[in-house]
Design a protein around this ligand. Sequence first.
Ligand code: SF4
Ligand code: SF4
Length: 465
Amino acid sequence: MTNNPDNNFRDRIVTMNEEGRRNWIYANQPKGRLYNIRTIVSVILLAFLFLAPHIKVSSGEPLLLFNILQRKFVLFGVVFWPQDFHLFVIGLITIIISIVTFTVVYGRIFCGWVCPQTIFMEMVFRRIEYWIEGTGDQQRIRAKGEDTFDRVGRSLLKHLIFIIISWAITHTMMAYIVGADQVKQYIVSSPGENLSVFIAIMVFTGAFYFVFAYFREQVCSLVCPYGRLQGALLDNNTLMVTYDFKRGEGRAPMRKNEDRAAAGKGDCVNCNKCVTVCPTGIDIRNGIQLECINCTACIDACNSTMRRYKLPEGLIRITSQNNIIKGSSFRWTPRIIAYTALTTALIGAMVVLFTLRSSYETTILRVQGTLFQKLDEGNYSNIYNYKIVNKTEDEGNLSIKLVSPKGKVELAGNTMLVKKQEKIQGAFLIKLNKKEMTGKSTDIVLGVYNGDQLIETIHTTFVGP
Ligand code: SF4
Ligand code: SF4
């Protein structure tokens, strides 16, 4: 729905002019309650992002690590192995479905308040710009001005800081992959010692710098697949940053002591503040647009205007289209119920799977291509391979015993020491008497013990004559 009769805002995206060239967005800095809360949320999230790979829990593992090269993953100090991959897949699906559910109900609030791209762009890079080059309006004037010492100097300083922050972001991302200790090693060693790593750091620093210095809000409106999905996820019941056109239209500047209702005017005084603070450069009064990241900057801007002219706040607010058009409040639609049920089920499955996650993971397989060996009269043996992963923080003193039928396990050394977070593998023999066999293939049950404690039961078969 649009309040712009020309619909001309739909002809092209705001960041492009008629010739297809870039329209630079010089957004003013918002001021207000929501912007203050966003700042606090951003500081907390940024602190977590930069510190998480450096914080070590009591086991000595970092808080978070995603070492895809060595296939080692650490979540809040707990090590996950490739054998736990199913947990990662379910976790990833749960996160995606949760974001979808959240979007169906609350719109794109994730983009404006939590997404790292927005947080870095609006709360780090754009704030540096305000600090060095002034407000959005001042930046626009500067950009059109002469190349003075002041203008060039400010621009150089800004870009130098942008490059340093991009370098810091690259190192932080790298710490999530190879670990903070390894990154410190890279920093203190000469580039020649790790040339490929050095080149990767330069490439990624350049990429982050390009995104935040030049590409900017176009990531949200042109590249991000989540942004593209919005059209399918949002409906008229979704809560979004919305302009109350019923109340606002008949927009006109405020005249002193006028009775706007009597004059047929709406509450929008056409101050344009909602447009000048918008980081994606759109006019929210044109209705819901894909470029809107729900950052709520226009709400703060409009509320300050409303207060100034003693009009009720909330001309732009978080509400649904149905609330504006029909006056109806939030409703549980079948779509919201379905998404919520799916998310709840997935979160429940995650909790169960994490709770049941075993401390040890054992694989025992009869050696491929081998048959039985006849020992002495009536006794036969099969050879098996084993692999045991110790997922705990303690060393394991393991042994394998035959639970049923009666027989013997012959293992070199009889016990196996497995260090914490390590795996061992090897082979062993099982000896059975013909009396214990039920045919050519006999089902057998093996117990894996840590000391005297049974930790796993494995079912396999024994091949006989
Ligand atoms: S329209 Fe408002 S909420 Fe949407 S991006 Fe612009 S300022 Fe943010
Ligand atoms: S900030 Fe509010 S009053 Fe000013 S133009 Fe936007 S909607 Fe109208």
